[in-house]
Design a protein around this ligand. Sequence first.
Ligand code: 7TS
Length: 425
Amino acid sequence: MNAPAAPAGARASDRRSRANAFAARVRRDFPALQQEVGGKPLVYLDNAASTQKPDAVIDAIAHYYRHDHANVHRGMHELARRATEAYEGARRKVARFLGAADPAEVVWTRGTTEAINLVASAWSHTFLGEGDEIVLSTQEHHSNLVPWQLAAARAGARLRYLELDDEGRLLLDRLPELLSPRTRMVALSHVSNALGTVNPVAEIAKQVHAAGALLLVDGAQGAPHLPIDVATLGCDFYAASGHKMCGPTGIGALWGRRELLEQMEPYQGGGEMISVVEREYSTWAEVPHKFEAGTPNVAGAVGMGAAADYLTGIGHAALAEHERTVLEYALDRLAAIDGIRLFGPPAAERCGVVSFLLDHAHAHDVATILDADGVAVRAGHHCAQLVMKHFGVPATSRASFYLYNDTEDVDRLIEGLDRVKAIFG
Ligand code: 7TS
């Protein structure tokens, strides 16, 4: 389903009709989108929280459980072989999706949160000491803050913060001052979940490495929307969640450079992650299995592999062109609303996330009224309290778009906001 790239100068309305035709085709793949809420067709604009699932993913999981399930890596029988192949085959798919040459560099986790906790715990155990520094930003999701706070407290390390400008961009010209000989790790999001800001990871990676530190990228919002090539990005760790990219919940991936993974201590102990167990000590399995203690989420891995294939089949260029069209239309229509405050940078610098506030209406009331109209958005601090603090607000309403949304979904959002304004004056 690779859509042709838009010819230069294509009129906005042509781009919109192409985007709507694209979304109409894609929506047929998503059974959950074929329903009504509040007596109207569901408009699902909460994709930054979690995306809906195509039949290809649902069917892959069902097929696995119907035909191939057993425990992995241990049984000497047909189903154990098939389950192991499904699990390791999915790892190869996700490695390809992330641009990782070596599937052994992909560790299955429960999601982005666990991937970051794994590094903050297992890497910090050996490589973070008293007086060392970790650089974060105030744009981060709590998942990329709290694990580092815990690690810093254990090691006696110090956290330093990159601040944001008025439009929610990282103030990158301040990065050189923050990088010191004590900096061991810089951990930043690829794309902000609260604002949609896309951060220039490759440029940041060069500066971080020149300072002798490592770069972890929280890719929870990057992997679903952008073509990911960890080699080009130049980072050292990249974390992603299956459920934000059309896959199931409870599965995610940590990509890490092999020599780093090999130097790290295990994250959890148990079956599968060992080589030899004696009374007083054990030795570890090779990466990635060293980090995968216990019976893993095989069906989840299968589902995330199917999601990676599904998105690759759609094509990243088509996906990006589509999302840009819908986002630009949304930003234009929202900006025309009287008494709206929009957060975040211009469309060219963001993915399909729009945070906003309406005068006289609480963010949660906005979401509740929209829900009664069958329009799903999120309201709150979006697990990014430092972003809210930066803008001096307790919460925002947030609409986030994905490949199955179209400009009619945006129109339904705007109609709902008109109702909010009528109610709250
Ligand atoms: N990092 C970012 C940038 C995120 O957006 C999220 C989830 C996470 C980490 C954590 O991912 P998880 O899959 O481990 O939970 N973000 C959101 C959100 O914006 N609304 O709900 C969850």
